[in-house]
Design a protein around this ligand. Structure first.
Ligand code: ASP
Length: 340
């Protein structure tokens, strides 16, 4: 991550009607001295927000796409491809931890300002499931393709089948096999997802979500992440929301759709995320999942207000907007500590 103060000045800025905008590479704590930029963008847009700390690198790429005139769909796709392609990220794409049988199975979805969406679930051997999801959106009459059908479709579109199980993930899987204890402990090591939401400079919303899902899951298990309305949802009249955490709990409560619906009824992004997390908590008191339940949401409304909120401590998200704060990580407020 670069921490230099840097302004993007490209030909595209003219296209966007900008004189100067902040680069997403800025860090809030850098020495100042650079004049406040003049921007013809009003308010807080564009705004890019993504889950977890790998969102910082993803935001940078998404921001660059936006600044060079790319669409919000181009930007969310390019952004989440960063952790998908990074073998060091063990919860998304290439290098993701496998299921209990050693298969890396991936889920992803993408949604545009017109409510068109595409998704793939339980796809294997394709490094960038988000790009296949985009092809589903653009080139098919369907919303989701799954398993072998999704793989066949990807191959027909020129995607290349690869082994996604890195030596590191294979080693961890073999270590897990020694006990083979099905204990889907959720923490930032083995159970997270990148979701990205964008409010572009025209005030339109876009979203993407991609994951390798829960480590050591049953073969065939699909979580919330590729499910429009659970892992990701937006309504361009209202706002957008995305989830991370235990997919089963998020599906049970139609998490992301509920956050958007609450914003429609006047809740702020923070109030909406909190209300859904409270609901998830209430429904899981006494449930076997409660011991390891974590769930977090990010949300943005049409006014450019954004928030994140989680059930348990430890959730953070990356935000990049057109302010001098630049690309930064924010800790989400949470309901309870892990010991509760
Ligand atoms: N929501 C994802 C799933 O359940 C994983 C995560 O975000 O931790 O598959």
């Amino acid at each position: 991550m670069s921490h230099r103060r840097d302004f993007i000045k490209t030909a595209a800025l003219g296209t966007l009607g900008l004189s100067t905008v902040y680069s997403c590479k800025q860090a809030a704590n850098e020495p100042s001295g650079t004049p406040v930029p003049v921007s013809s963008l009003t308010g807080k847009v564009p705004l890019v927000i993504s889950t977890w700390n790998f969102g910082l690198a993803a935001n940078e790429v998404a921001w660059e796409v936006l600044m060079s005139g790319g669409s919000g769909l181009d930007a969310v796709e390019a952004g989440v491809r960063v952790p998908e392609g990074d073998p060091k990220e063990r919860s998304v794409g290439y290098g993701g931890l496998p299921d209990r049988e050693g298969n890396v199975t991936l889920d992803a979805c993408i949604m545009d300002k017109n409510s068109d969406c595409g998704a793939v679930s339980f796809i294997q051997g394709i490094k960038h499931p988000i790009s296949v999801a985009r092809k589903v959106l653009e080139d098919t009459p369907h919303v989701m393709l799954s398993g072998k059908g999704a793989l066949d479709f990807a191959l027909s579109k020129g995607f290349v089948k690869e082994n996604l199980l890195t030596p590191e993930s294979e080693k961890d899987w073999k270590a897990w096999l020694e006990k083979s204890k099905y204990n889907p402990v959720i923490n930032i090591e083995n159970h997270d997802t990148i979701s990205m939401l964008i409010l572009d400079s025209s005030g339109d919303l876009w979203g993407a979500c991609t994951t390798s899902g829960m480590a050591w899951k049953m073969h065939g298990r699909v979580g919330d992440s590729p499910i429009i309305g659970a892992g990701l949802f937006l309504d361009n009249e209202v706002g957008a929301a995305a989830a991370t955490g235990l997919g089963e709990a998020i599906i049970r409560t139609a998490g992301a759709a509920m956050v958007v619906e609450l914003m429609r009824h006047g809740r702020s992004p923070l109030e909406a995320c909190k209300e859904v997390v409270d609901r998830i908590h209430k429904k899981h008191v006494g449930h076997p999942d409660m011991e390891y339940l974590q769930t977090g949401f990010i949300a943005v409304n049409k006014q450019g207000d954004y928030a994140g909120y989680s059930l348990r401590s430890g959730f953070n998200y990356a935000v990049c907007d057109n302010t001098e704060k630049g690309n930064r990580l924010e800790d989400a407020p949470f309901k309870m500590a892990w010991s509760s």
